[in-house]
Design a protein around this ligand. Structure first.
Ligand SMILES: *Cc1c(COP(=O)(O)O)cnc(C)c1O
Length: 420
């Protein structure tokens, strides 16, 4: 029996047995960052991913970046130049998105429990608020009246189905997200009586899905739901955000999403949608699919330790910077992210070792008994597939270790000059 392997990863070339990020060998990049641990994101890989999506999705589909996947301002700025809009989930993200210069009407703000101050800045900025409840709708209307601005709103619908084989279900059944589909007609009637500008619907059913057939089914159900709700709307739909949920392979045995099949499915469905909802722009919002594979988390081996026959590479990085690689960000069963010794990818000798961090908890595990090049103090451990839900999704204050650095590397398209 062969053990399941990680899906082949080709976004970072290996030259002279060293990982290259943004065209720079990893050890050189570590020297230029000036510290470990750090996250590095590759501009070229981000651009290539958007281009791949544009190739496979129908041209009528608008592409939004859900920036909670990676809110580093330089990354958001780069993405802003490539996508059609940005989805934010807090007032803090809203400020970063507005700083990019993306038109406010192409920024949408979703999330339960939006505070009055966040709502007021969103209304003042003119971004589209995805309403999560009837109570929020009333608050938005009151804030708009106080500011003398007509708020731009969409209704987030909690669908009556879920995205099958999804890593994280975000719709179906009782949820804190969105308005239950069966309550939407009454809410829309009230919306029409308030001084609000109606944009459309936001229907997000799940996340981290690697199965094109499951996404196809979700898209069919999403369009059917939108078409059923549209006659109740106070104005024609201008946008229909069908969520995203495109997954990336993290763990051994996982296979890449068949993007061509997803695109073909959407191409089949779109004509009927456009006929029923002329003027509605269909939006797909993606987080990890856009940025997850373009990032790497790099830590340095402090010590190579053996304990009762097992090898531990003790590094300066850990779950305080990368909770999801440790298996503690919503995973039910812990599995290994792809990990390599970045400055010695193949190596001479190889061995089975675990990669741990400096925290006083057995949860601080970045790689559990993985086959790696033989490594020792000073070597660099690279955790791949780390561009999404990394630093900002980790408990940085836990145990008081230094923060990780973040860099965006690689040349801008069409410019010459130093690679980093
Ligand atoms: C988190 C989130 C996303 C992004 O999810 P990914 O799995 O990173 O693509 C998209 N839309 C909404 C509403 C979200 O909350």
């Amino acid at each position: 029996m062969t053990r399941p392997q990680h899906a082949p990863l080709v976004q970072f070339p290996v030259v002279d047995d060293s990982l290259q990020i943004g065209g720079v060998p990893l050890a050189r990049l570590a020297a230029r960052v000036g510290q470990t641990p750090f996250y590095a994101y590759d501009r070229g890989a981000l651009s290539a991913r958007v281009a791949e999506l544009r190739r496979h999705l129908p041209p009528a589909i608008a592409l939004h970046y859900a920036m909670k996947a990676n809110p580093m301002p330089a990354v958001v700025q780069h993405m802003a130049g490539l996508v059609d809009g940005i989805d934010v989930a807090s007032g803090g993200e809203l400020r970063v998105a507005l700083d990019t210069g993306v038109a406010p009407c192409d920024i949408s703000f979703a999330g339960p429990g939006k505070g009055d101050a966040e709502l007021a800045s969103a209304v003042a900025a003119g971004v589209v608020l995805n309403l999560e409840s009837a109570a929020e709708m009333e608050r938005v209307a009151a804030i708009g009246a106080r500011l003398g601005v007509r708020p731009q709103v969409a209704v987030r619908v909690n669908p009556d189905f879920e995205l099958k084989s999804s890593g994280m279900k975000m719709g179906g059944g009782p949820k804190q997200f969105g308005v239950d589909a069966e309550l939407v007609p009454a809410l829309l009637a009230r919306l029409g009586a308030l001084p609000l500008a109606f944009h459309g619907f936001h229907i997000f059913s799940g996340s981290q899905n690697l199965k094109a057939a499951a996404l196809r089914e979700a898209h069919e159900k999403t369009f059917a739901l939108a078409l059923a709700l549209a006659p109740h709307a106070p104005a024609p739909l201008r946008t229909l955000n069908i969520g995203g949920g495109f997954g990336i392979p993290y763990f051994p045995g996982e296979e890449r999403l068949d993007l061509a099949a997803v695109g073909a499915g959407l191409a089949e469905m779109l004509p009927a949608v456009h006929a029923a909802l002329p003027g509605a722009r269909v939006v797909v919002e993606l987080g990890r699919y856009l940025v997850g594979e373009a990032g790497v988390y790099v830590s340095r081996v402090i010590e190579r330790k053996e304990s009762r026959g097992r090898v531990y590479l003790v590094t300066d990085g850990g779950l305080h910077h990368h909770l999801s690689a440790s298996g503690n960000f919503g995973q039910v069963i812990r599995k290994n992210y792809p990990v390599v010794i970045g400055n010695r990818v193949r190596g001479g000798e190889r061995e089975t070792a675990s990669v741990v961090g400096p925290l006083c908890t057995p949860l601080d595990l970045l790689g559990d008994q993985m086959e790696l090049a033989l490594a020792g103090p000073g070597d660099l451990v690279a955790v791949l597939q780390s561009g999404a839900y990394g630093l900002s999704a980790s408990p940085g204050g836990f145990l008081g270790h230094p923060a990780a650095a973040e860099v965006l590397v690689g040349p801008r398209a069409g410019r010459s000059g130093a690679a980093s």
